[in-house]
Design a protein around this ligand. Sequence first.
Ligand code: SF4
Length: 578
Amino acid sequence: MDKILRIDVGAAGGPKATEVPVGEYAGLGGRALTSAIVSREVPPLCHPLGADNKLVIAPGLLSGTTGAMSGRISVGCKSPLTGGIKESNSGGQPSQVLARLGYAAIVLEGQPKGDDLYKVVINKSGVKITADNSLKMLPNYDLIEKMKKEYGDKVSCISIGPAGEMKLSAASIAFTDMEQRPARHAGRGGVGAVMGSKQIKVIVLDDTGMGMRAAKDPEKFREANKRFVEGLRKHPVTGQGLPAYGTNVLTNIVNEVGGYPTYNFKQGRFDGASKISGETEAETETKRGGLATHGCHRGCVIQCSGVYNDKDGHYLTKQPEYETVWAHGGNCGISDLDAIAKLDFLDDNYGLDTIEMGATIGVAMEAGLAKFGDAQAAINLVNEVGKGTYLGRILGNGAAVTAKVFGVERAPVVKGQAMPAYDPRAIQGIGVTYATSPMGADHTAGYAVAQNVLKVGGDVNALKPEGQIELSRNLQIATAAIDSTGMCLFIAFAVLDQPETFQALLDMLNTFYGLNLTGDGVTDLGKKVLKMERDFNARAGFTAQHDRLPQFFKTEQFAPHNVTFQVKDEDLDKVFNW
Ligand code: SF4
């Protein structure tokens, strides 16, 4: 991974690829690399869909190795949804393949001339870019079938659906999984719209003939990886809960503690929770011949995913995650798991962020466009987006835009991005992360649910403001570092809870690269990433006033605990004081 592939989509005669040495970005991977490139090369005040924005796609530091869990990929740009810096990451096969092809990153830059749509094919012989207008407005699943016919059943793909081509702010970028399904997405922040603005429909990756990346000390790397995997297997969350029920194991847990946002963040418990829980989902999948335990890429040992079949036993979608089940389920008052799975498929197929779309439909229901609980109406609304009707284009620009257009005050967004599946009044630590993350409302940026609810890695009272600032700060720092390794964030449960598993991760990095990284070094990396991101946002015009939750979280009591968000503004301003 010593080179960067830069594709100038505005070059004379059509997009032009150039390979350049990694240079000043050496030693960075994943989020650290995407945020470094965006922060140094993108003018913060540029239009996110214009010539000056860049889309950076980067595997992690350990991607393409035999290291377990190392297949996450980061996508960075200036976000059309938030107007700030964005890193959105995904599972799937492309991270491993891109790393084995030797690329630290792909950077799409410039502005296309004309309206041709392009595909990029990368293999060990080089890069080929061709105009292919037969791909225009193809949904992701049809597109990937076409790519399989053309390039075979070994390639992996990075693509956008119609939502990306329409440059909607909720558009995602899809990454194919082990079965070549476009079911893994960098969903957040409208990264798909930026890829659409560069008029690149799909990047096909073929690593035939390329070997695994070799460690500096292969023997010690193998041994560290073994300890790392043992640590993941013995922890109750990564060894049992996530493999058995996936992330949707959280539905019953978060509902029970009264932090499950229901009917567009009106109350903390949903009557229909048991019908859409991880337990019900896993049972349904197994009964129909799907899978309740499955990995999104080779080398995943936690395997939090699965395969969801329809009533006739045919593939419908990958196992919808907790956030998706919540967004299209409880948040919209929907307790029909098949309808939720259908919505997950539609989002993946059109190339849309499931969290943003679920939150948007919740807002649309509050506006009276449909009734809470009406699953068919929700499906119809997502289809409006896929068809690109005027209503669909409003919805496809997310919860904040939809709330504005339809006069809804209660928009659950921070920096324009919709909140995920944890109410910040009943789980105050996650509220601090939502408010202050440079990404906008993002649970993965500092997952305080672990200490507030699951009591993993510490114990902080979820209903009280005390201790939440420090908790969110430490988690945001650790997350920024983990997001740079290419490791799935779910390793954090074991790594933060078991010092020997954290040490194993350090040993993997050190033996692979010949480094002497310590725990303090990891903390420094996390701080460096956050500092770059916050600096970009400051130059883009963000102030402390943007690090706030919407007013209704401070004034509306949230049942069953009848609490409001209690963390003071002046304390939110201390999150990044280290
Ligand atoms: S634990 Fe889940 S999200 Fe993480 S790599 Fe495995 S399947 Fe993908």
